[in-house]
Design a protein around this ligand. Structure first.
Ligand code: UDP
Length: 237
């Protein structure tokens, strides 16, 4: 049973669960934001789509040996998860160059990285989520050096598994962002969401964008492309 609201973010609300301090309920909102909150809109149905896409991906990762916070989808827009203390790092994995890395490092759009690149950003809206190195991450978060190593290895393993999943449905996994959290018992698991809000997904044949970039860049219908991602994932299983 849903209890008090614990936290409201840009895309989700987090509720406590009555009589169970180890679990939380995530409610996916219809709001979309880009450019650190500079562009905002609401899309009726986006919450359902991201909840369902995430609820498809997390069990798949679990089946492939990756521990996550996900317990179950409760209804169209809500899911039950284990309570974790979120580690304030955004872990980005890139297979192809696009977005911020092309501007920051002058890398040509669509350059393929033979070895995927892992980047760490400090999760702090007021600072604009700056890019940080491992030493910054160790100073700014409560992870040990070996836990940080483990997080980066997990991110690469997730990249391999997620890349396989999307390839099966004719989608190219360009890049994505992960967040990890610490369970009450101490170990670190994948948390947050994996959806077209947090991944760049391109059609394998046409390179058509099927993610939040259509909203960021105003180049397409967000609901239509998110629906297509869900439809393709559902058709696979
Ligand atoms: N990303 C995210 N949340 C953020 C920043 C980035 O989910 O706050 C995702 C984004 O959707 C993309 C990847 O992380 O799949 C890399 O984003 P990038 O650093 O290129 O940022 P952008 O170009 O969007 O500023």
């Amino acid at each position: 049973m849903k209890a008090e609201l614990l936290y409201e973010g840009k895309a989700k609300k987090v509720y406590k669960v009555q009589n169970n301090p180890n679990q939380l309920i995530l409610t996916y909102k219809n709001d979309a934001t880009a450019f650190n909150g500079g562009k905002k809109a609401s899309f009726h149905g986006k919450g359902r789509l991201n909840n369902e896409i995430s609820a498809h991906i997390f069990p798949y990762l679990h089946e492939n040996g990756i521990r996550t916070h996900f317990i179950e989808k409760m209804n169209e827009t809500e899911q039950l998860v284990y309570q974790t203390e979120i580690i304030p790092l955004e872990v980005v994995v890139r297979n192809l160059a696009t977005g911020s890395i092309t501007k920051r490092l002058g890398i040509e759009e669509k350059t393929v990285f033979d070895a995927p690149i892992v980047e760490l950003f400090y999760k702090d809206d007021a600072l604009g989520d700056p890019l940080i190195n491992d030493e910054h991450a160790l100073f700014l978060s409560n992870v040990t050096a070996s836990e940080l190593q483990e997080i980066k290895e997990k991110a690469l393993m997730i990249n391999r598994k997620l890349g396989e999943l999307f390839r099966q449905v004719n989608v190219r996994l360009v890049d994505f962002k992960l967040e990890f959290g610490r369970l009450a018992e101490g170990c670190i698991v994948l948390a947050d969401e994996i959806s077209p809000d947090t991944c760049r997904l391109w059609d394998l044949k046409t390179d058509e964008k099927m993610d939040k970039d259509v909203f960021r860049q105003g180049t397409g219908d967000l609901l239509e492309v998110y629906e297509m991602i869900l439809h393709r994932l559902e058709a696979r299983s």
